[in-house]
Design a protein around this ligand. Structure first.
Ligand SMILES: Nc1ncnc2c1ncn2[C@@H]1O[C@H](COP(=O)(O)OP(=O)(O)OP(=O)(O)O)[C@@H](O)[C@H]1O
Ligand SMILES: [Mg+2]
Length: 454
């Protein structure tokens, strides 16, 4: 918020996007304790935590990977905001979800503010879905939309593509402005809560990955889901950022095909496809995304630098985590990396947030520096502490089972945690300190010397 005219928005860097907003009357204090003190205001009963409660009922969308992310299906009366880069496939996903629900006999409305009805039809035709009884309209006026959808049987699902194109006559501002987006979202949320319709709002994303428009919309809705992917790859990840009715650590994996988005039920196989088994500098990380294990390849390149300050670049992982692992390798692993450029990449364009990836990243870095390829049938996981100790991580068994399922024979893990008591299907080597890892990789290089380039 600025208290004078300003051309550039400091938050997103865009020009001429700020709109003037008059300050309204003072906001009443919730609970109106002052009014009550004056003898006004209704007295309401206060209740205890114990008492009648009910589970949120669910309407499965029929798309397993989408239901996994929402926590088992759409909750009636809830509002979901879905954000994603332009062209990532938001409209495709929602057209597919809408069609599947309509085929299951639910009333589904698809309101497009961005495309004409003919364009939406064209997409449905390409996806082979135009026999589904989805009700379409190209509209942007929220009051008209609410009136139309409230008429007759209210829809089970209403898709609004996108919230940035909507406008409401309750506020005086141009469409796309913060005030309009907020006002329109408010009206659509009220519609969802009063009718029990599940409303999905599509939201655009700014350059730095934030859902455009006011952050406040993210607070108003019940769930925020982001649809991610790299334009260079075919797969797309659906991730819950906020969910009032379910977990936020589950991901849904899809593959973009000519016939739309296909569910990927075995993502590890997808992320490991095309692996160069004999290259130095790659390690397979046995990760977890929510309740599902996910194997990915971590690639590192450590090369002598010609720059005064060597370069460090990382794709798909936290750069500060890389700096930390490098510092620990130098301080406790005896490596000299000060004169080397370091690049780290999570193959396939996936973004990893788990600290359990530390050990796999360290293995890839050491392997690249030593020029020694790691055994191709080995997975790694473990968190590295600043002291160089490798710490146990959660769900070790699930990670090992997934690795065994995909044909891996060996694992390098932290010392066993409590849940690792049972027999594992793999040959497990424990590394309790980063120095163990460095020593083992160096020994591997001495056993199988790599042919020199000359
Ligand atoms: N004829 C086609 N054949 C195959 N794939 C296509 C075809 N047309 C579009 N696509 C795929 O669909 C994607 C666009 O999907 P969609 O329109 O659902 O994206 P969106 O996220 O809704 O984009 P926007 O931000 O523009 O609304 C394209 O990036 C492309 O990968
Ligand atoms: Mg779209």
């Amino acid at each position: 918020m600025y208290n004078r005219w300003q051309g550039k928005c400091d938050a997103c860097g865009a020009w001429n996007t700020l709109a003037q907003e008059a300050s309204g009357p003072p906001v009443p204090v919730p609970g109106a304790s002052r009014a009550a003190a004056r003898g006004k205001g209704r007295i309401f009963p206060l209740e205890g935590l114990q008492g009648a409660s009910m589970d949120a009922p669910r309407v499965p969308s029929g798309i397993g990977e989408l239901d996994r992310v929402t926590g088992g299906g759409f909750v009636p009366g809830s509002v979901i905001l879905i954000g994603g880069d332009p062209g990532i496939g938001k409209s495709t996903l929602l057209t597919q979800a809408g069609a599947v629900m309509a085929r299951a006999g639910h009333r589904v409305a698809y309101i497009s503010g961005e495309e004409a009805v003919a364009q939406v039809r064209l997409r449905a035709e390409r996806l082979g879905l135009n026999d589904a009884a989805v009700e379409l309209a190209a509209e942007t006026h929220v009051e008209d939309i609410v009136a139309t959808l409230s008429h007759g049987v209210v829809p089970r699902l209403a898709i609004i593509d996108s919230i940035q194109t909507m406008w409401t006559s309750s506020v005086e501002a141009a469409p796309g402005t913060v005030t309009q987006v907020r006002g329109s979202a408010q009206a659509l949320i009220r519609f969802a809560k009063t009718t029990g319709t599940t409303v999905i709002l599509v939201g655009h994303v700014t350059k730095d990955g934030q859902i455009a428009g006011p952050r406040v919309v993210e607070h108003m809705v019940d769930a925020v889901v982001s649809f991610e992917g790299d334009s260079g790859y075919h797969f797309r990840i659906l991730r819950a950022v906020k969910n009032r009715f379910g977990p936020t650590d589950e991901i849904g994996v899809f593959e973009m095909t000519g016939r739309g988005l296909a569910e990927v039920s075995n993502p590890s196989a997808l992320f490991l496809s095309g692996r160069d088994l004999s290259a130095a500098g790659t390690a397979v990380f046995a990760g977890m995304e929510g309740t599902r294990p996910l194997l990915v390849e971590i690639q590192a390149l450590v090369a002598p630098s010609s720059l005064g300050t060597p370069r460090r670049a990382v794709v798909g992982w936290d750069p500060s985590r890389l700096s930390m692992v490098l510092a620990v390798l130098e301080a406790h692993g005896g490596l000299k990396l000060g004169q080397h450029d370091v690049y780290l990449n999570v193959a396939g364009g996936l973004k990893i947030t788990e600290p359990a990836a530390d050990l796999a990243a360290a293995a890839a870095l050491v392997s690249s520096l030593a020029g020694v390829a790691l055994p191709a049938d080995t997975v790694h996981f473990g968190e590295i502490g600043l002291s160089g100790a490798v710490r146990p991580v959660a769900q070790a068994q699930a990670r090992l089972k997934e690795a065994a399922k995909l044909g891996f024979n060996r694992a390098v893990t932290p010392p066993p945690a409590r849940d690792q008591g049972e027999k594992t299907p793999l040959a497990v080597t424990t590394a309790s300190h980063i120095a163990d890892l460095v020593a083992r990789i160096a020994a591997g290089g001495r056993r199988n010397p790599r042919p020199s380039n000359g």
